[in-house]
Ligand binder design. Structure first.
Ligand code: HEC
Length: 275
């Protein structure tokens, strides 16, 4: 009898807490879904699909957009200047990559006196070389937040893979600033309305503008074009060996098909007279 009572109380208690838990998570979900991020735009990229490769022009223009726009706030910590000349990447010539590096300044090593700052306390810099990683815009997270109203601009190296819908998400985010917020939605001070961002209020100001960069290959720099190019570039930084992987996959497939054919021929030959 005692045992039955105990188990009944236990079951009641469990049931009650489960119910309350469900109710609470239900209301939390309801609150979130009002400002849940919009479904990303339907855009397609050349590098998708089993045989897709990166468009070299887009990669090279994408680097330009990153460097001239995004690099003011976002790091790209896994990429070195020499990678810009890698096969399967933007494929700048080595001389071009060297010149791109030399155009960027990175923190200098200590000089002969062991100093890393000049007499005014300004950190010493030098032109980058091929082996340098792309420099981060801020020395640390606190500085990054302090310069961005408390929001942290994340490293972009793996961003195209880190978020659900990766490339389409980043594209939508970059091109999603021109929509009008519904009257019922209050955009907090220092934030910007962007319905593709979870919660709709993003700390990043609209980064891309019509003709915000001037492409050397004559491509018209619309916002959509710049977004397409920089997203292609970020897809490559997130998966620099994609073309190798696809080529390898195709090779393996051919090999397996050939092997299957040979085995079948051998099988027929071996069993031909065995009745
Ligand atoms: C003026 C600074 C600034 C510039 C320029 C800038 N961003 Fe941002 N970005 C931010 C900040 C701040 C955040 C964090 C926003 C937040 O958490 O509310 C952010 C967040 C992001 C995110 C992550 C969104 C998420 O889901 O967390 C992506 C992707 C991004 N930026 C891409 C870019 C790209 C690509 C460019 C260049 C075209 C760029 N940003 C230019 C400041 C900037």
């Amino acid at each position: 009898m005692r045992l039955i009572n105990l188990s009944r109380n236990l079951a009641l208690g469990l049931g009650l807490s489960l119910g309350v838990g469900l109710l609470m998570s239900g209301s939390a979900l309801a609150a979130d879904s009002a400002t849940a991020r919009h479904h990303p735009k339907e855009v397609e990229f050349e590098f998708e699909g089993p045989f897709g490769t990166y468009d070299r022009g887009a990669l090279q223009r994408g680097y330009q957009v990153y460097k001239e726009v995004c690099a003011a706030c976002h790091s790209l910590q896994y990429i070195a200047f020499r990678n810009l000349a890698d096969k399967g990447g933007p494929e700048f010539s080595e001389a071009q990559a060297r010149a791109l590096a030399a155009a960027v300044r990175v923190p200098a090593e200590p000089n002969e006196q062991g100093e890393t700052v000049d007499e005014k306390g300004v950190p010493l810099t030098r032109p980058a070389v091929l082996s340098d990683k792309l420099p981060a815009p801020y020395p640390n997270e606190n500085a990054a937040r302090a310069n961005n109203g408390g929001s942290l601009p994340p490293d972009l190296s793996l961003m195209a893979k880190a978020r659900e819908d990766g490339v389409r998400y980043v594209y939508s985010l970059l091109t999603g600033y021109d929509e009008k917020a519904p009257a019922s939605f209050h955009v907090p001070a220092g934030k910007n309305y962007n319905p593709y961002f979870e919660g709709w209020a993003i700390g990043m100001p609209k980064p891309l503008n019509e003709n915000g960069v001037t492409y050397s290959d004559g491509t018209k720099a619309t916002v959509a074009q710049q977004a397409h190019d920089v997203v292609t570039f970020l897809a490559w930084t997130a998966e620099p060996k994609m073309e190798d992987r696809k080529r390898m996959g195709f090779g393996v497939l051919i090999f397996l098909v050939t092997l299957a054919g040979l085995l079948f021929a051998a099988y027929r030959k071996v069993w031909k007279d065995a009745h």
